[in-house]
Write a new protein. Structure first.
Length: 517
């Protein structure tokens, strides 16, 4: 793997390692997360409108679905009584008793067999363990599974809630499709050859075994991720370690896995409704109010790439085109998709696969028919926009860089092992700025992005210490001026890759001023 010993990447990996093991003084996880001890039941209530829904969410109730004025939530006996005191008439929903799904052990055996039978394109990785010691297994499918390549990394996650098993089943069927059709089907082969595709079928193995929404400590995993701005205000690139002290072990394992990779795109699968839910789930706005990200148009586009191939989802009478902004549906604090987008620079959506949380296994074939093309289409979306390599101009080593788009206030980051970035964008013309601490930032303007494969833009960044004396000062400025004047300078003064011009003088002056601030 090129550039593995580069100092920038060593610092980044060291920071991640520290972030993953530090036990910090933590603010409590959101109250809807848990822990919930004792029996929890599913109930339905009718609310008067968005304000009442928002009061439920902000009151700490674990809302799991909203259809018009009907709200489904998980509640302890004390919470049920509290709802009654607040004027609601909670109606118990019969618990799921269907047991014919695959068990945790059978799913693990299937993953192990897949990795053993297809070593040329598969690797199995243990991410961590649940409260009860069950391992979280993720499988990588790609053409060179032991190499860090210039290709986007994506992930699919199932069974975050243990009583929502459809996601695990769909993940396993996708895995089977990728393995059996690789080399036979052109579309599948192209996807595997150009993408690092990770699948974590079961994020909540204890909940899967007990048919419970929660982990064994009573935590809702999709309410237990760090919350913006309470738990963090800056992304990973700026060196802020995540708060892990109060997090469930399953959440910590997924956080570590995410920080150790450079995921471009992600989806986590649930059931209980039929919709693709895109960020933000929580941006400080009340439930029922749209909370768009800077990439709102992109999220709508990739969400429709999923829903359009799922006929029941696309024809939803509740959600136009089968998609919704999370906050516009109902607010979720501590959700995984917001953390992925805000902190790790990964575009993630939450996909509800079935209006029944745990439908009869006899309908799984029909559900796979509805979702197979959607899962492929969504995965392929990671290849749109702009891609390329960011390297050191002098050494060719890959760099860990922040990639910004003018007019879209949300950066993405290169993979420090290969230096590759994959900035998903819709068709248009863009200016991208590439930033690495200790290097001269560079902006590439008027990048034309089409509707097909990503436009390639490779960038080489230079260090402003022209004479390599360990300082960025007036001597470096003078060297660049001399080079512009045509004088013989024994150093590379072309800072932007466009030849030595007055622009380079401005860049070196800016670098000196930055050092003085």
């Amino acid at each position: 793997m090129p550039g593995l010993d580069g100092p920038v990447r060593i610092r980044r990996r060291a920071m991640i390692a520290i972030a993953c093991i530090l036990v910090l003084a933590a603010s409590p996880v959101p109250s809807a997360a848990g822990p919930r001890s004792g029996p929890v039941q599913v109930v339905e209530i009718t609310v008067s409108g968005p304000q009442a829904l928002d009061a439920l969410v902000r009151g700490g109730y674990d809302v799991s679905g909203v259809r018009g004025t009907r709200v489904t939530l998980y509640a302890t006996p004390e919470e049920v009584e509290q709802l009654r005191q607040e004027g609601y008439a909670p109606v118990a929903v019969p618990p799921a008793v269907e047991k014919a799904y695959q068990s945790y052990d059978s799913l693990v055996q299937a993953l192990q067999s897949a990795a053993a039978d297809h070593p040329e394109i598969c690797r199995l990785k243990k991410l961590g363990a649940s409260v009860m010691g069950r391992d979280l297994w993720a499988i990588l499918v790609t053409d060179n599974p032991d190499a860090e390549e210039d290709e986007p990394e994506i992930k699919y996650i199932g069974a975050m809630h243990g009583d929502e098993t459809v996601g695990a089943e769909m993940c396993m069927r996708l895995l089977d499709l990728l393995l059996t059709e690789y080399g036979n089907d052109g579309r599948v082969t192209a996807l595997v050859n150009t993408t690092a595709l990770w699948i974590l079928p079961v994020m909540n193995p204890d909940g899967l075994e007990t048919v419970s929404r929660y982990n064994a400590d009573g935590f809702d995993l999709n309410r237990s991720f760090p919350v913006y701005p309470d738990d963090f205000t800056e992304p990973l690139f700026h060196g802020v370690p995540p708060d892990l002290a109060s997090r469930p072990p399953e959440v910590v394992a997924v956080i570590q896995w995410t920080l150790e990779n450079s995921f471009v795109l992600s989806a986590n699968f649930h059931s209980g409704d039929l919709v693709v839910n895109y960020p933000y789930d929580d941006d400080g706005k009340p439930s029922g109010v749209d909370a768009p990200t800077p990439d709102d148009a992109l999220f709508k586009n990739i969400s429709r790439r999923y829903s359009i191939h799922n006929e029941p989802m696309w024809n939803s009478t509740q959600f136009p085109d089968g998609i919704t902004n999370g906050s516009a549906w109902y607010t979720v604090r501590g959700g995984m998709q917001d953390w992925n987008y805000r902190y790790a620079g990964c575009n993630e959506v939450t996909i509800e696969l079935s209006t029944t949380k745990r439908p009869a296994p006899t309908v799984l074939d029909a559900l796979w028919e509805d979702n197979s093309q959607s899962m492929l289409s969504y995965a392929e979306a990671c290849h749109i926009g702009v891609r390329g390599l960011v390297t050191d101009k002098a050494t060719g080593e890959p760099l860990w860089a922040e990639v910004r788009v003018t007019g879209i206030d949300h950066p993405v980051y290169t993979d420090p092992d290969a230096g590759d970035y994959h900035r998903m964008l819709l068709p248009g013309r863009y200016a991208l700025k590439y930033v690495v601490p200790g290097y001269v930032a560079r902006t590439v303007k008027d990048i034309a992005v089409g509707s097909g494969q990503a436009r390639r833009v490779d960038v080489k960044l230079a260090q402003p210490d022209i004479n390599r004396d360990g300082k960025v000062d007036a001597a470096d400025v003078q060297l660049v001026i001399n080079a512009v004047l045509g004088l013989d300078v024994p150093y590379d003064c072309d800072l932007d890759g466009g030849g030595v011009t007055a622009t380079d003088v401005q860049l070196i002056v800016n670098a000196v001023l930055d050092k003085l601030q």
